[in-house]
Design a protein around this ligand. Sequence first.
Ligand SMILES: Nc1ncnc2c1ncn2[C@@H]1O[C@H](COP(=O)(O)OP(=O)(O)O)[C@@H](O)[C@H]1O
Ligand SMILES: [Mg+2]
Length: 336
Amino acid sequence: MPSPAATQQIIGEAPAFLAMLEHVSRAAPLSKPVLVIGERGTGKELVASRLHYLSDRWEQVVVKVNCAALTESILESELFGHDAGAFTGAIKTHIGHFERADGGTLILDELASISLRMQEKILRTIEYGEIQRVGGSETLQVDVRIVGSSNADLQALAADGRFRADLLDRLAFDVITIPPLRERIEDIMPLAHAFAINMASELKWSYFPGFSSRASSALLRNQWPGNVRELKNTIERTIYRSPNPEKPISDLAIDPFDSPFRLAQVETVSPQTAVSPLSPLLPTDLQQRLNDTETDLLRAALEKARFNQRMAADLLGLSYHQFRGKLRKYEIRGKA
Ligand SMILES: Nc1ncnc2c1ncn2[C@@H]1O[C@H](COP(=O)(O)OP(=O)(O)O)[C@@H](O)[C@H]1O
Ligand SMILES: [Mg+2]
């Protein structure tokens, strides 16, 4: 019986996202290590699980370790296990994740935070397929497929000596990079609807009234530095705060800290380094400058929306008809 992670729906239809999923399907059947790289909240854990469930190890164990949450000695015990009496407090033998995941997959989540000494132990395990429990003398054979995930630039860390280049070479047999949400805006509304419907049903609403065009436009225009996780939180917060479950959602609760009593922001830019606004080049032809800016923005929106004109209009906060009118006015081609 597959666990919920196996069946969790992955939503996305943007070309860059579909290409990434295709890459996952091709890499999944191999037993070689794979790295999943992406900004925070892009779905690295979903993709790492998918690599397991699309492999022929899918009926075997998949173990996930959050490397960032554990101190070095705990991570060592967790990964490699320990024998009774290995250290004070080691009363019983502890079976580590490498042993538990034998025949299956071990997901090393947030692996950039692993210490250099543990990196070396992991490297040896990958090279020889062998482990020793902490305090143990026996060498055990394990067959584990490793999937690592990180939101850090591992190559830069390796160049700095903070990540072992030889381990990186081993882990990076293939690298799957998840595009950030702002680079796949086609996925924003399908994700937002799915999260909204789940939340509405959790709140026992009889139906989900949808998003107003103002809300859709704001969803599309936001940069989402926290990616899908931030979008999910925003939608759930917006829905549960919504005053009237029958009216389409029009105000988004993007920033949970937003409040009239919000504490003052710490000044990070000193007056000397603050950039003064560029003084405009004068004299100028104001109308010509505005027209040029408008044309540039219309073209940029079309490109970003891959020529979906409704989406391009939303990106500019215009109605579809206003947008079409401007394309005609400036004689801009609306198609690729
Ligand atoms: N394509 C997607 N479809 C559905 N839910 C997604 C998708 N991508 C991410 N999520 C959800 O967003 C949240 C963050 O995903 P997660 O895999 O934990 O991100 P990361 O590990 O990259 O920080 C989770 O709740 C996850 O279920
Ligand atoms: Mg994660």
